[in-house]
Ligand binder design. Structure first.
Ligand code: SAH
Length: 376
């Protein structure tokens, strides 16, 4: 039944206004609805007490606020929480909450699976299943807040959003861009543009398009300093080689008056982690608004790579810094529950059956389980 109703979640404010006007309503109702939905986390129209009764009845008849369903929740030893949400009976998509000193980040997905086929990423192994809707994208943030125990009037529980979960966000431009508008809307979630980061494997035409339509912070998965190696690791490089990609990045920063692009670089032992490769990387980026984020490789079953040793990563970092480029090492979080970068795989059925009762992790398989009191 619910599928035939219009889902108000995921509509941008202008879309919502147009929808209300079409039905003879007043435009300011969209602001009120936004406030109830995104500021207060309310999903029931009858609770939205400043809306006219007749309007509430109309909403009840025609639409709903439909959140994605949580299938499992896993809590890692370091406080990282992974939520698996249902896409259909066999497939899911994942979000990861990462609390840190002074900030907390939610990593959200943009697709079920991924078509980019990067050789070091476990999501790639599942292939591409489908795009997430705008409702499913913002629904992750909505649900994460709920799971964390958010109540109307509370301080924000999530300070940063990264589109670094499953999928290639720019391959789902049509849904991702409206979702970012809702996340940025000051009457919506009201995230600052610097705290909302979109990461791409390098879809060059879409980076130009993004520069026209959005101003989120941009991260790019570079992973190699030369085209030959990058094409092996990130196949889209064959279509859009490094020089083209970097030109698009600098254009984005110019257009959006942004600070810098973050270049992600996964550290693969003996593949891309030599001092010469670090120097080549620094030469590519020096003098540009760029910073590098080194990601220790997170292994997954069947992967052909190994993580570079800590001292090798450290030396690589030093070479980049000496080369005049800002760089940091990403802390690995949540790897005991396969929640770290590149470990999101999203098979709903497999997970529940293969992991239930495992000693390594506790999987709660009941659907839509409310978190009593939320995590500590
Ligand atoms: N498709 C987008 C969004 C995914 S972001 C993109 O490619 O940018 C996830 C980040 O984790 C990317 O930088 C990705 O390259 C990196 N990653 C993927 N697999 C990984 C792994 N096994 N270990 C560490 N990082 C990985």
């Amino acid at each position: 039944m619910s599928d035939s109703r219009i889902n108000l979640l995921g509509m941008t404010r202008p879309e919502l206004e147009a929808w209300i006007l079409e039905r003879g309503g007043k435009a300011f109702r969209a602001r009120q609805l936004f406030h109830w939905l995104y500021k207060r986390g309310e999903t029931q129209f009858e609770a939205m007490t400043d809306l006219a009764k007749s309007f509430r009845a109309q909403l009840d008849a025609e639409c709903e606020v439909r959140l994605p369903e949580i299938v499992t929740r896993q809590d890692a030893a370091d406080g990282t929480i992974k939520g698996m949400l249902r896409a259909d009976n066999a497939q899911g998509f994942e979000m990861v909450y990462i609390p840190e000193e002074g900030r907390s980040t939610l990593c959200i997905s943009s697709q079920v699976g991924c078509a980019m086929d990067c050789s070091f990423c476990s999501t790639a192994q599942q292939g591409f299943n489908r795009n997430l809707t705008a409702a499913e994208i913002v629904g992750q943030v909505f649900l994460a807040q709920k799971e964390l125990g958010f109540q109307a009037g509370d301080e924000r529980l999530i300070s940063n959003i990264v589109l670094m979960g499953m999928g290639e966000p720019l391959a789902n431009f049509r849904n991702v861009v409206p979702a970012t508008r809702i996340l940025l809307d000051d009457l919506g979630f009201d995230f600052s543009r610097r705290r909302l980061t979109l990461s791409t494997s390098g879809l060059v035409p879409q980076i130009y398009k993004l520069a026209e339509e959005s101003n989120v912070a941009l991260a790019v998965s570079l992973h190699a300093p030369d085209d030959e190696l990058r094409s092996q690791l990130v196949p889209i490089n064959k279509l859009h080689p490094i020089a083209e990609l970097l030109a698009a990045c600098w254009h984005y920063i110019d257009e959006q008056n942004g600070r810098s692009v973050t270049f992600e670089y996964v550290m693969l032992e003996g593949v891309n982690d030599s001092p010469a490769q670090a120097r080549a990387l620094a030469r590519l980026l020096r003098g540009h608004p760029a910073k590098v984020n080194l990601i220790p490789f997170n292994p997954f079953p069947g992967s052909p790579y190994r993580r570079s040793r800590p001292e090798v990563i450290r030396a690589f970092l030093d070479q980049i810094l000496q080369g005049g480029v800002m760089a940091t090492i990403r802390k690995t979080r949540g790897d005991d529950i396969d929640a770290a970068c590149g470990q999101l795989a999203g098979k709903v059925i497999d997970r529940i059956t293969s992991r239930r009762g495992s000693r390594r992790i506790a999987v709660v398989a009941e659907p839509a389980r409310p978190a009593p009191g939320g995590p500590a």
